[in-house]
Design a protein around this ligand. Structure first.
Ligand code: NAD
Length: 486
């Protein structure tokens, strides 16, 4: 009796998206299926057609069932409708499914794709949920709007640990952190501190920190100096597109959005509507996203086969219009023909470009570590923000002084973060947005009732306080920044 063993198929959720999406998804699925990927496809609808049916975040409620069932999402780009009232589908999916790490490998294909950086081979791990992407914004005065930048310890720990585990699993030698903690001492400072702490757990991997501005300049000039990079959301959003473009084209970069429960794999580019339906688009970025997906679902053989066949196709000069160059390329092909060329080369390896080797290694150790002991949190003051246009700082102090509450004293006033009282500078521009810092008038704590009394006094005086921030110390260390010049 003979028994045929068939490998168990892994269910995945697939969305064909908009514009060039269906063509590049079709090419990608043809290639990975031909390489022996064992997948069982569930298709969901996202994007323009869903937005047009009046669903403001571009995804059918029933699609979440599929995503929660398969926990693996291969997603083609979508077209985001113009105008207000629509929410970004990508941000919705990332935040709803807790996809905390966005991983974007960016490697040059010199000499087959033109680039100024032939030796570049780096991976950007971008924090994917926090920072200003909470989208918590307020217009507070006639002149001023604000966005809240939120960085959490657990959020930072997760993405930084992921970056080190990724480096370990992929035999990378160094992890670099970019922040702007010379200015943002509380938020980016926390990210940097967590980086330094977690780096200690990985003595075999080199670690370093750069201030993001000079780090970005170094990356644009000498990308080969970097290996794995980890950074907060906004810097990662900007710099991962820069890094992809430095390799020659954003059309060549795939990405993984990784969470504890689900993961999403995609191209970094958009739906290129002007190229849609013409068999022109380059499917490489989505294909490389699919390679990351195959590794994620432990189908490394298929991942390696597809990636090496793709490298060989690149090396053979079979290029879509976006990277085709007379003299370097050999044949200009469409999306379908490009997919055929990769399929023909399945099993082949590149001869000049470095072939990839993927092995299903030990799973990454991403378990959160126990929380640090709680620190003693003490309320010592309050920043009250005002919309006020009644004159100079001294004039405002005269208005505020009669409103003081027992146990608290007005200590400092700033305007857009620059100290203007006491001893302000006459050159400082005064907007209508003021911050007044009230502190306990002795070593005692203050209470929420004290703050409420102060606010009641201010309200009685008819003052427009637009927001408050309570000032705490943690084990005696201030949990608030000083104003410029304080
Ligand atoms: P885009 O990335 O779609 O296109 C930028 C340029 O790159 C265009 O010239 C385009 O023709 C070219 N290009 C992109 N991908 C290509 C490919 N695979 N092959 C060949 N050429 C390619 O950016 P855009 O034009 O700013 O945006 C178009 C739409 O995509 C917008 O609605 C945008 O909101 C959306 N978008 C979606 C995602 C996503 O779903 N992840 C990401 C970015 C943009």
């Amino acid at each position: 009796m003979s028994v045929t063993l068939t490998a168990k198929k892994t269910p995945i959720t697939v969305a064909y998206g908009d514009g060039i999406g269906p063509e590049i998804m079709d090419a990608t699925l043809r290639i990975i299926n031909a390489a022996g990927a064992q997948i069982e496809q569930e298709t969901i609808e996202i994007g323009e057609s869903v937005y047009n049916r009046g669903l403001s975040n571009g995804i059918e409620p029933s699609a979440w069932d599929s995503l929660r069932r398969t926990r693996v999402f291969l997603k083609a780009p979508i077209t985001t409708p113009q105008g207000g009232g629509f929410k970004s589908l990508n941000v919705t999916v990332r935040k709803t499914l807790g996809l905390y790490a966005n991983v974007r490998p960016c490697a040059s294909l010199h000499p087959y794709v033109k680039t100024k950086h032939p030796k570049m081979d780096l991976v950007i791990v971008r924090e994917n949920e926090e920072d200003v992407y909470g989208g918590i914004e307020h217009r507070q005065t006639q002149q001023v709007a604000q966005a809240l930048k939120l960085i959490s310890r657990p959020g930072s720990e997760k993405v930084i640990r992921y970056a080190f585990e990724y480096a370990k699993a992929n035999d990378r030698k160094k992890v670099t952190c970019f922040t702007k903690d010379n200015i943002l001492k509380m938020t980016d400072g926390l990210f940097h501190r967590v980086f330094d702490e977690i780096a200690q757990e990985y003595p075999g991997i080199e670690n370093e920190h750069w201030i993001v501005d000079i780090g970005a300049a170094k990356m644009a000039d000498t990308p080969e100096a970097f290996d794995v990079l980890v950074m907060p959301n906004l810097y990662g959003d900007v710099l991962s597109d820069v890094a992809a473009q430095l390799t020659g084209s954003v059309g060549l970069a795939g990405s993984a959005n990784v969470g504890d429960h689900c993961s999403m794999f995609e191209a970094i580019h958009g739906s290129a509507p002007r190229r849609a339906g013409q068999n022109l688009a380059n499917p490489s970025a989505l294909l490389l996203g699919a390679v990351m997906m195959l590794n994620h679902i432990q189908q490394s053989d298929a991942a390696e086969k597809v990636h090496n066949a793709w490298l060989k196709t690149m090396e053979d000069g079979i290029h879509t219009y976006d990277i085709f160059k007379e003299g370097t390329s050999r044949e200009k092909v469409g999306t379908r023909e490009f997919a055929d060329a990769v399929i023909e080369r399945l099993g082949a390896r590149p001869s000049t470009l470095k072939p990839v080797t993927y092995t299903a290694g030990a799973p990454m150790d991403l378990h959160p570590r126990p929380f640090k002991p709680m620190q003693a949190k003490r309320l010592v003051g309050v920043d009250v923000f005002f919309d006020w246009t009644g004159g100079a700082a001294d004039d405002f102090v005269a208005v505020l002084e009669p409103c003081e509450a027992d146990g608290m004293v007005l200590q400092m006033m700033s305007n857009r973060g620059t100290k203007v009282w006491p001893a302000g500078s006459p050159e400082t521009f005064l907007s209508d947005h003021w911050t007044c810092r009230y502190m306990a008038d002795g070593p005692h704590s203050i209470s929420h009732h004290d703050v409420a009394k102060l606010l009641a006094n201010l309200a009685d005086r008819g003052l427009d306080f637009i927001k408050t921030e309570l000032l705490y110390t943690f084990d005696g260390a201030p949990g608030f920044s000083l104003a410029q010049g304080e």
